[in-house]
Design a protein around this ligand. Structure first.
Ligand code: IPM
Ligand code: MG
Length: 364
């Protein structure tokens, strides 16, 4: 049966990196005989320009019908003047919510070929392989009431609401325990239970669920300490599970430990394993349209998509191997290039990955 993949190129460098990822999708579809169909829709700033809103109805319908979605990035300075409720980023939040993509998996893996790109000492990060499991459709990002209102004294006041139900905590924690069980069997739950009631409940629920997973070693960490430990001794972690806002912050920190946020893919899944896949990096408007962006995070997101939503693990592995091959060949985009070396562009990196895929197949 044909599986439907929806492409959402978005803004900034999004269209350039998605274009290379699309070539990779087409190549593996052919090499592995996968019946895939591709369609494209607008999300973010590009949707505001073309259709008036960041998450148009047409995009919603295509997204609901798709088996998997590949996103570039959204946002840019052009829309900075808009009120929060109309910005491109709201389109991303809206699609996460519409598809109930509650689980955001953000691996932070150090590619041995790039060890010198990390801002930390090589011995602290060599072999780093962390998975951040971030709750994505709740917490302070979505809690009501929210807004900016004028108080009685005439001052404006902004407010948001940080809330989680037991059910929301349970489903993300369960997934995190299961993923930890398939890895090193270590799960760290991150909260601020010393101050915030909502995360006091989080800690209670996660602890209770731990009884179902005796094979997983669970510990708890306050978020400030977790941020410190991530840059002090990151290899102590295996899987981290946390709420939406802490996960947003800690996943950028973890990404940077690997030297390039331009290398990291992510998956956002619902209970049916339908997913939205996107690079961890943003829209990088400063380099958009210059053939300088690193397409590897988006290409690696295709691998995650094949594995988690499209049941094509062999094709996923082939892509990951092809990426390792091009790194071994010494190809580097500007974000990961060593001083004094020359960088390749976005399209040339895409060409190299496709060539590596083709020669793998020939040699197999
Ligand atoms: C991310 C981004 C988004 C978030 C923004 C663009 C809304 O920072 O995916 O981490 O905060 O979730
Ligand atoms: Mg973020």
């Amino acid at each position: 049966m044909t599986q439907r993949v929806l492409l959402l190129p978005g803004d900034g460098i999004g269209p350039e990196v998605v274009a290379q990822a699309e070539r990779v999708v087409l190549a593996v579809a052919q090499l592995f005989d996968l019946p895939l169909s591709l369609d494209t829709a607008n999300l973010g700033g590009v949707a505001i320009e073309a259709e008036g809103v960041a998450f148009p109805q047409t995009t919603r319908e295509k997204a609901l019908a798709a088996d998997a979605i590949l996103l570039g990035a959204v946002g840019g300075p052009r829309w900075d003047g808009l009120p929060a409720s109309e910005r491109p980023e709201r389109g991303l939040l809206a699609i996460r919510s519409a598809l109930d993509l509650f689980a955001n998996l953000r691996p932070a893996i150090l590619f041995p070929q790039l060890a010198s790109a990390s801002s930390l000492k090589a011995e602290l990060v060599a072999g780093l392989d962390i998975l951040i499991v971030r709750e994505l459709t709740g917490g302070i990002y979505f809690g009501e009431p929210r807004g900016i209102a004028v108080r009685e004294d005439g001052q404006r006041e902004g407010y948001n609401t940080y809330r989680y139900s037991e059910g929301e905590i349970m489903r993300i924690a369960r997934l995190a325990f299961e993923l930890a069980g398939k890895r090193e069997g270590k799960l760290t739950s991150v909260d601020k239970a010393n101050v915030l009631e909502v995360t006091q409940l989080w800690r209670e629920v996660v602890t209770g669920l731990g009884a179902d997973y005796p094979e997983v070693a669970l510990d708890h960490m306050y978020v400030d300490n977790a941020a410190m430990q991530l840059v002090r001794a990151p290899k102590q972690f295996d899987v981290l599970v946390t709420g939406n806002i802490f996960g947003d912050i800690l996943s950028d920190t973890a990404a940077m430990l690997t030297g390039s946020i331009g290398m990291l893919p992510s998956a956002s899944l619902n209970e049916q394993s339908k997913g939205l896949y996107e690079p961890v990096h943003g829209s990088a408007p400063d380099i958009a349209g210059q053939d300088r962006a690193n397409p590897l995070a988006t290409i690696l997101s295709v691998a995650m998509m094949l594995r988690y939503s499209l049941n094509a693990a062999a094709a996923a592995r082939a892509i990951e191997e092809a990426v390792a091959t091009v790194l071994d060949q010494g190809l580097r985009t500007a974000d990961i290039v060593d001083k004094g070396q020359s960088a390749v562009g976005t399209v040339a990196m895409g060409d190299a990955v496709i060539a590596a895929l083709m020669s793998q197949k020939e040699n197999s």
